[in-house]
Design a protein. Structure first.
Length: 355
């Protein structure tokens, strides 16, 4: 209408989030860190406490005390108590992250010295672990690890997924003891699996070391991981999908095979990758069962077979600077492989079930 009055919109300032830090807060936090660092330096200098661990421990304690005093004086007792809790939580997070960062840094610093192109194109057939690092490589170990893992996947993934299907879809009278056994097997040391194959197959039957026996031990270790992860994935599938499959006339197994498993495909792949990452660095069973050959061997049923864990173990047992450098290079390659597998599992796990 003509008499309507148009009131211009007034832009209201965006409210500041309670957790957003202002420039003044950042300056105060920086000063608190500086004060804690200075206190730790002084206390380590005047007390018998020495070493990096002493610096870190005193720094955290000093920061918590200084932060508490600052917030108590400036904002009151409630803010002071909150600062104590915040300080301990921050310390716990840093303590949890520090070993990971330290491991990654140490492996890179010591392992990259042994990297060279021939490391991935040759084996140790014409070289020894005490030779210069440029001679010989770990091609045989990478081939052996790939074959061992693939054979373990063939053995363990069907068993693990079928076990998870029984526990979630059938849930029969044996579900509770099977679930208990799966959980118990998750904590079995890897050396036990190796000794079991050694006592049950190698000594009484084959009388030789080969890749199949190593894969059997790895499969024993992989089955619980695949079964537990697959069970959690299958439990995420909505029950409406099962009911819809049955309503369309499908039997239980047909519904599971045609509806439930395809819907959980990405999660089951993630479970398999987690299982592979679980066994990729296992050393004890391979030392006992594979024989640890130094040349390429693609025959899983005959002859010793090398692997990355065995290559690393053998390099450290030699004890020379060259062999230790080789071992660190093998650790770096193995660590990169495991990180890639975990990253792939993380990517697949973040996808929606059924996509």
């Amino acid at each position: 209408m003509a008499n309507d009055i148009i009131v211009p919109a007034i832009a209201t300032p965006k409210p500041r989030q309670p957790w957003a830090a202002s420039p003044k807060d950042r300056v105060e936090t920086a000063l608190l860190f500086l004060g804690a660092a200075l206190a730790s330096f002084i206390l380590v200098a005047v007390t018998p406490l020495k070493g990096k661990l002493a610096y870190v421990a005193i720094f955290f304690l000093a920061f918590i005390v200084i932060d508490f005093a600052f917030n108590y004086i400036k904002r009151g007792s409630a803010a002071g108590k909150d600062s104590i809790f915040r300080g301990f939580v921050t310390a716990a997070i840093i303590i949890a992250v520090m070993p990971i960062v330290s491991i990654l840094a140490t492996v890179w610093i010591r392992g990259h010295k042994g990297l060279h192109w021939t490391l991935f194109t040759t084996d140790m057939h014409s070289a020894t672990y005490t030779d210069p690092v440029a001679h010989g490589g770990l091609l045989h170990a990478m081939l052996g690890t790939a074959l061992l893992v693939v054979f373990a996947i063939v053995l363990s993934v069907p068993v693990g997924i079928l076990t998870a299907i029984y526990l979630t879809e059938i849930n029969g009278r044996f579900a509770r003891p099977i679930r208990f056994l799966v959980q118990a097997m998750s904590g079995v040391p890897s050396i036990v699996a190796g000794l079991f194959i050694l006592a049950a197959i190698v000594y009484p039957m084959t009388k030789q070391y080969n890749g199949v026996e190593g894969s059997l031990a790895l499969a024993i270790l992989m089955i619980p991981t695949v079964a537990r992860a697959s069970e959690e994935v299958l439990l995420l599938i909505p029950g409406d999908l099962r009911e819809a499959g049955v309503a369309l006339g499908g039997t239980q197994w047909r519904t599971v095979a045609m509806v439930v498993v395809p819907a959980a495909r990405s999660g089951l792949i993630t479970a398999m990758i987690l299982g592979v990452a679980r066994i990729a660095g296992e050393t004890a069973p391979l030392v006992l069962l594979t024989g640890g050959g130094d040349t390429k061997n693609a025959n899983m049923f005959h002859g010793p077979m090398g692997s990355l864990p065995y290559y690393i173990w053998k390099g450290f047992t030699q004890g020379t600077p060259e062999s230790v450098t080789r071992a660190w290079a093998g650790i770096l390659v193995l660590l990169v492989l495991v990180l890639v597998l975990f990253g792939l599992a993380r990517y697949l796990g973040n996808r929606k079930v059924g996509k």
